[in-house]
Design a protein around this ligand. Structure first.
Ligand code: UD1
Ligand code: UDP
Length: 361
C-alpha cells in the first residue's frame, strides 16, 4: 500500500488538504499520515476546520508556531525529518506557500522522498513576499507539480521546468472542490447571518492578514480609514486574523467597523455567499468570492490569480484609500453573472489522487 505523509499547518492548508484527503481516504490503495506543524493553533484557526471538514486527527502534532520565519521553518524541518525517518513514506504532500509547505518539501527532498506540491506554479513575481519564496523553493524540489490553472503551468514553463525531472499536471483548483462540496452544506451548518443580524447584500466582508499590509503601519492605517468611511454607508464585517489583531492593539488603532474573531469555514462561506462585496488580501478568498458570484477588491499590488483580474471579477486596489473607494463604487452590490469557468471541474482531488496512485514514486 502506498504510504503518503501530508504536511499541513495553516488555515488555507486545512481547507485544501480536506478536499484531497477526502478522496485519498476512499482509496484502498493508499494510507495517509497527517502531520500538523502547529503553525496555526487557535481553536478558530485550526481545530474548527478539522471538525467541520471532517479531517482526521493529525497523527503527529509538532506545535511549532509564533517564531520568526527562519526559526519556524528550521524547527519544522528538523521535526518533520524525524517523522519521515520513522514513517518511511513513498511520498510527501505539501500544499500552497506557507512556511509549513517549504519545511515539508525540503525535509522530504533531503531524504530522497518524492514530493508532491499542490497549488504549484503560482507566482506573484514579488520576491519580498515570504510566500513567493516558499512556493518557488517548493516547486523546484517537487517531483509532482499539481497546477490549479493554465497560468500556473505557463509560469513553470517560463522558468524552464520542462528541462527538470518533474511531472506537471493541470488538475484545477482544490479550493473549488472544497467550495462545491462544503458550500452545498454551509446554509444548514452555519447560522452566522442570524447571529450577526445580517441581511443579504447589505454588508461587505473584509479580511486583512498579509504581512505587507499588517507590517507597514501606513498601509494598514490607509486600509482602516477606507473601511471606516465605507462602514458609514454599509456595514463592514471583518473576521480578523490574530496577526492583524495584535498589530492594531499594539498601535492603539481602533477601527469603527465591525470586527469579529476569525470564523469557521461554514461561517465564512455563508458570509461570502451573502455579502455585497468581498475586500481582502487573502489568496483563497479572491477565488472564493468568484465561486460564490461576488466581486472582489484585492488589497494588494499584484495577485497570483491573474485570470480573475483579467476577467474583471477582481480589482487590485493596493492599500490606497482612493483606489479602494473607486473600486467600491464600481463593484458594490453587483453580482457576477455567468462566470467564465477558470478553475477546472471541481474534481482536482480525484485527479490528484489518480496521479498519486499511478506515479512511480
Ligand atoms: C501564514 C502564511 C500565509 C497565509 C496565512 C493564512 C507563511 C509565511 N505565511 O501567515 O501565507 O496566507 O498563514 O492565514 O507561512 N497566530 C495566532 N494564532 C494562530 C495563528 C497565528 O495567534 O492560530 C499569530 C502567530 O502567533 C503570529 C502571527 O499570528 O504572531 C502570524 O502567524 P504566522 O503563522 O507566522 O503567519 P500568518 O500571518 O498566519
Ligand atoms: N477563512 C475562514 N475564516 C476566516 C477567514 C478565512 O475560514 O475568518 C478561510 C477562507 O475560506 C480562506 C481560507 O480561510 O480562503 C484561507 O485563509 P487565509 O485567507 O488566511 O489565507 P490565504 O488564502 O491568503 O493563504
Amino acid at each position: 500500500m502506498k504510504k503518503i505523509v501530508t504536511i499541513i499547518g495553516a488555515r488555507p492548508q486545512f481547507i485544501k488538504a480536506a478536499a484531497v484527503s477526502r478522496v485519498i481516504r476512499n482509496q484502498s490503495g493508499m494510507q495517509e499520515i497527517i502531520v500538523h506543524t502547529g503553525q496555526h493553533f487557535d481553536e478558530n484557526m485550526s481545530a474548527v476546520f478539522f471538525q467541520e471538514m471532517d479531517i482526521p486527527e493529525p497523527d503527529y502534532h509538532l506545535e511549532i508556531n509564533s517564531l520568526s520565519h527562519g526559526a519556524m521553518t528550521g524547527r519544522m524541518l528538523e521535526k518533520i525529518e524525524e517523522v519521515l525517518i520513522a514513517e518511511k513514506p513513498g511520498l510527501v504532500m505539501v500544499y500552497g506557500d506557507t512556511n509549513s509547505t517549504l519545511a515539508g518539501a525540503l525535509a522530504a527532498r533531503k531524504l530522497n522522498i518524492c514530493v508532491a506540491h499542490v497549488e504549484a506554479g503560482l507566482r506573484s513575481f514579488n520576491m519580498r513576499m515570504p510566500e513567493e519564496i516558499n512556493r518557488i523553493m517548493a516547486d523546484r524540489i517537487s517531483d509532482l507539480l499539481f497546477c490549479p490553472t493554465e497560468n500556473a503551468v505557463h509560469n513553470l514553463h517560463q522558468e524552464g521546468y520542462h528541462n527538470f525531472r518533474c511531472h506537471i499536471h493541470l488538475v484545477g483548483d482544490v479550493m473549488y472542490d472544497a467550495a462545491l462540496y462544503y458550500g452545498a452544506m454551509s446554509a444548514q451548518r452555519s447560522d452566522i447571518l442570524k447571529r450577526l443580524n445580517l441581511t443579504r447584500d447589505k454588508f461587505v466582508l473584509c479580511t486583512i492578514h498579509r504581512q505587507e499590509n499588517t507590517d507597514n503601519l501606513e498601509n494598514l492605517r490607509s486600509i482602516v480609514d477606507a473601511l471606516n468611511t465605507l462602514h458609514r454607508k454599509i456595514q463592514v464585517i471583518v473576521p480578523l486574523h490574530p496577526r492583524t489583531q495584535k498589530i492594531l492593539r499594539q498601535n492603539n488603532i481602533e477601527p469603527g467597523f465591525n470586527l469579529i474573531e476569525p470564523v469557521g469555514y461554514f461561517d465564512i462561506v455563508e458570509l461570502m455567499k451573502n455579502c455585497g462585496l468581498v475586500i481582502t488580501d487573502s489568496g483563497g478568498m479572491q477565488k472564493e468570492a468568484y465561486f460564490y458570484g461576488r466581486y472582489c477588491l484585492t488589497l494588494r499590488e499584484e495577485t497570483e490569480w491573474t485570470e480573475l483580474t483579467e476577467n474583471r471579477y477582481n480589482l487590485l486596489v493596493g492599500c490606497d484609500r482612493l483606489q479602494i473607494q473607486n473600486g467600491i463604487e464600481s463593484f458594490l452590490g453587483r453580482t457576477v453573472v455567468n462566470p467564465v469557468p477558470l478553475y477546472g471541474s471541481g474534481n482536482a482531488g480525484e485527479l490528484i489522487t489518480e496521479r498519486l496512485l499511478n506515479s512511480i514514486c
